[in-house]
Design a protein around this ligand. Structure first.
Ligand code: HEM
Length: 536
């Protein structure tokens, strides 16, 4: 009993707590002085920043409402537990942020910190040297048209597997059965998206390897979760704690690499053989998918590290991380919005899709998709209402001398700035009746011929602006957005033409908040049945 205070279970946490306090007292704050703090109450006399940060973390929606009500036109400090304290700039300065070069305000440094890449990525160099992003901007975006038949084929196959399969399993697949089958929107759609997106990343048959997709999805779930936990841990001990916390991530990365290894080795051997003899008829034709483009890019770099199977597989895993959750959230939101809307919306969409497709002989292609402006409008309107981006264009101040904003605020190196996104997307001065889902809001604006063409075209799903940060904005806006827009539109069109959705007008399950982000209700279910006389 007399040794009680010296027990390790007491001494170690006490020392850690003391170290934490000393470390913070000795580390000078880099935040600008005199800025108001979002989430702060006048009664907060002790640890005001800490208390504000917990308040904001527990109710980030309320923090954003306060930011919008009080600090629309002035900068404010936005503390969050487990995140570097952010500086939220006034709405008028979003354009200033997106115009800064990455030597001044950097997206990558912000993302590396936010996702704790040094711990959550088994090879952080893949992110520090993100050459796959260049391939998205160039090759993937240029190939969208050529990839449409593959995307259409995989979409049809995957919907048949998950939606058709659920209908059959419920015993409702006979032609005269009118009953609806209940399916979970997010769970089925993330699988459909996993197959379709990996058709483009890896080609068939690998894109149908459910073990590969499961590992990729689990990795994409682990990274945001673990990075959130890691950011809560005191920096000096974080590397040690991370060794244990990231075991599942290392396990999944290894499993992903192992599944891909034979394919990568075969492709590398074929690539070399083709280089030696381009006329070699014994080789199968060169594939047109992301893995193949990455191999070519790696070989052109001349650096053997770049074509190591682990490097190539690591890049595909990172792409799965960037593409699948974002796209799944987006289409889940759109389906839930449509189901909670009116049958007339679906009828109008079907008329557009079937009309345009008939003009192209029933064949999907990029031009046909571009002409489906109502479909495009539904995706943009749903992203406006449900975007996971709540504070946008997060950038780390990397310039040695910091930056001075247009309003004269001096922000030192090492800080992170963010801009208003959610409150703008939900602002009725910007989007009239902003709380309402108006599926054809943007297609109606595009029809208005009194407005010049460029401004009308700027209402397309993938077009970004200061008022529409769902894909970010400026030079570092999401590079995959043009591909995502095409893929998601094709999927939505496919399901609208081939399935009936049970409309539950006015009752849409609410989105959820996960730290800084908003995500769709992942358990939400809807009623579906195969449409009679399906046309596509
Ligand atoms: C609806 C689907 C998608 C949404 C809503 C979305 C959204 C975003 C956002 C908000 C950013 C950060 C931009 C910024 O901070 O300014 C981003 C970055 C990124 N996205 Fe997407 N994304 C989607 C689909 C995709 C797809 C399909 C790919 C890959 C093919 C992709 C690849 C990336 C990459 C690599 C980055 C980082 C860019 C960089 O490091 O410069 N995204 N995305």
């Amino acid at each position: 009993m007399e040794y009680y205070p010296y027990r390790p279970a007491i001494v170690i946490p006490a020392l850690l707590a003391l170290g934490y306090l000393v470390y913070h007292l000795l580390t000078p704050s880099r935040l600008p002085k005199g800025l108001p703090v979002i989430g702060l109450r006048t009664s907060d006399r002790w640890f005001p920043l800490l208390r504000a940060s917990w308040r904001n973390t527990l109710d980030f929606k309320a923090a954003l409402a306060e930011a919008d009500a009080k600090y629309r036109d002035q900068a404010a400090i936005l503390p969050m537990a487990g995140s570097i304290t952010m500086i939220m700039l006034p709405r008028s300065e979003t354009q200033f942020v997106v115009e800064q070069p990455d030597t001044v305000l950097d997206l990558h440094s912000a993302a590396i910190e936010s996702l704790q890449i040094d711990y959550t990525c088994t090879d952080p160099y893949l992110v520090y040297n993100a050459v796959h992003t260049k391939l998205i901007v160039t090759t993937l975006t240029n190939q969208i048209g050529n990839l449409v038949p593959d995307v259409a084929d995989e979409t049809a196959w995957a919907f048949d597997k998950y939606w058709g399969g659920a209908i059959a399993a419920a015993g409702h697949d006979s032609p005269d059965d009118d009953a609806y089958t209940e399916i979970c929107v997010y769970d089925t759609l993330r699988r459909v998206i996993g197959h379709v997106t990996n058709r483009v990343f890896l080609g068939a048959p690998l894109c149908r390897d459910t073990a590969l997709l499961d590992v990729g999805m689990a990795y994409a779930q682990d990274v945001p979760l673990m990075s959130q936990v890691l950011r809560l841990i005191w920096e000096p001990i974080r590397p040690v704690v991370a060794l244990f916390l990231t075991i599942p991530i290392r396990f999944r990365t290894r499993a992903f690499q192992k599944i891909l290894q034979p394919e990568i080795e075969q492709r590398l051997a074929d690539f070399d053989a083709r280089q030696r003899d381009p006329e070699d008829k014994s080789l199968s034709p060169e594939r047109n998918d992301f893995l193949q483009w990455t191999i070519k890019q790696a070989k052109e770099s001349g650096d053997p590290y770049m074509w190591k199977p682990a490097t190539l597989a690591g890049r595909i895993l990172l792409l799965n991380f960037a593409a699948i959750h974002t796209s799944s959230f987006s289409i889940t939101g759109a389906i839930l919005d449509l189901v909670a809307g009116k049958q007339a919306y679906i009828d109008e969409l079907r008329a557009e899709i079937e009309g345009v497709l008939a003009e192209y002989g029933g064949q999907w292609n990029k031009r046909a998709l571009a002409r489906m402006e109502k479909l495009d409008s539904v995706m943009r309107e749903s992203a406006r209402l449900n975007s996971f981006v709540t504070v946008g264009v997060a950038r780390a101040v990397v310039a040695k001398d910091g930056i001075t904003t247009p309003s004269g605020l001096q922000i030192a190196q090492g800080n992170k700035v963010v801009c208003h996104a959610y409150s703008v997307l939900q602002d009725s001065d910007v989007y009239p009746d902003a709380q309402q889902f108006q599926p054809f809001r943007f297609s109606q604006q595009r029809e208005d011929e009194s407005v010049e063409y460029v401004k009308r075209a700027a209402k397309a799903f993938a077009t970004t602006s200061n008022e529409y940060l769902a894909f970010g904005h400026g030079k570092f806006a999401c590079p995959g957005r043009f591909f995502a827009a095409n893929e998601l539109k094709l999927m939505l069109a496919h399901l609208i033409v081939n399935y009936d959705l049970r409309i539950t007008e006015g009752s849409r399950p609410r989105n959820m908040w996960f730290g800084l982000n908003r995500v769709p209700p992942m358990e939400a279910t809807i009623g579906i049945r195969r449409r009679k006389r399906a046309a596509a």
